[in-house]
Design a binder for this molecule. Structure first.
Ligand code: PGA
Length: 259
């Protein structure tokens, strides 16, 4: 199947790994995907390992993503890390608005927008996460919730910004639960997201990559990638093993390889 967008798979390692463990995992991932073409791959270590991992992966095919950032560039903000510092550490991407940030740390839609804009200003590509909870899905509010999160996150982004973002649809009920959205469920929301971006920037919408996240595994990625608007995966648990993450990338591009 011809595909307009280059597939992208990003590992989100969450709160896991010493520097040595992160380096070992990153090296295995790099070696595992070295021969693959027509795909972008990134890994997302903890802040403490970002610089070491970025150095190890320098000049190779695997990019590095931070898992969060603050929006200010400097100042009295104890504990925060700026997008410029993340770029300086060697990252290309930063995940913003992950549901764990929203649920466990009270991150609001407006903060996600500030983070996305600050990341873009620092030269990073934000991976903007949106997704509904199980209660919202059961109440028939999936599209409304995703629309609200998306509209807020993209507020005040210009066309040049929109051309550099990645969006991740991550239904909260599918994250770390082993219960992935069905390909149909994912496609419905991905299509909605692309249409919504298209209302803002019609010429850019066909090029924006929309990743699915939530229990992506080697054995479900092909069916997800077969959907027209699913362009890759944001992979948590299954990215902590190089073997399973590489299998996900291999299976994903087999289904969704660029023409
Ligand atoms: P999971 O996590 O693959 O472990 O479900 C995905 C994510 O939170 O990005």
């Amino acid at each position: 199947m011809a595909r307009a967008r280059r597939p992208f798979f990003c590992g989100n390692w969450k709160l896991h790994g010493s520097i040595a463990e992160s380096l070992a995992l990153a090296t295995e991932v790099r070696n595992g995907v070295a021969s693959l073409r027509e795909v972008d791959v990134a890994v997302g270590p903890s802040f403490t390992a970002l610089h070491a991992v970025a150095k190890r992966l320098e000049d190779g095919p695997v990019a590095v993503a931070a898992q969060d950032c603050f929006w200010e560039s400097k100042g009295a903000f104890t504990g925060e890390v700026s997008p410029a510092q993340i770029a300086d550490a060697g990252c290309k991407y930063v995940i913003v608005g992950h549901s764990e940030r929203r649920q466990l740390f009270g991150e609001l839609d407006a903060a996600v927008n500030l983070k996305a804009r600050a990341a873009l200003a620092a030269g990073l590509s934000p991976i903007i996460c949106v997704g509904e909870t199980l209660a919202e899905r059961d109440a028939g509010e999936t599209i409304g919730r995703v629309q609200a999160q998306l509209d807020a996150a993209l507020a005040d982004l210009g066309d040049a910004d929109l051309s550099r973002i990645v969006i991740a649809y991550e239904p909260v009920w599918a994250i770390g639960t082993g219960r992935n959205a069905t390909p149909d469920q994912a496609q419905e929301v991905h299509r909605f997201i692309r249409t919504r971006v298209g209302a803002r920037a019609p010429s850019l919408a066909p090029h924006v990559r929309i990743l699915y996240g939530g229990s992506v595994k080697p054995d479900n990625v092909r069916a997800l990638m077969a959907e027209e608007d699913v362009d890759g995966g944001l992979v948590g648990g299954a990215s902590l093993s190089a073997e399973s993450f590489v299998r996900i990338v291999q299976a994903g591009i087999k289904e969704g390889s660029a023409a």
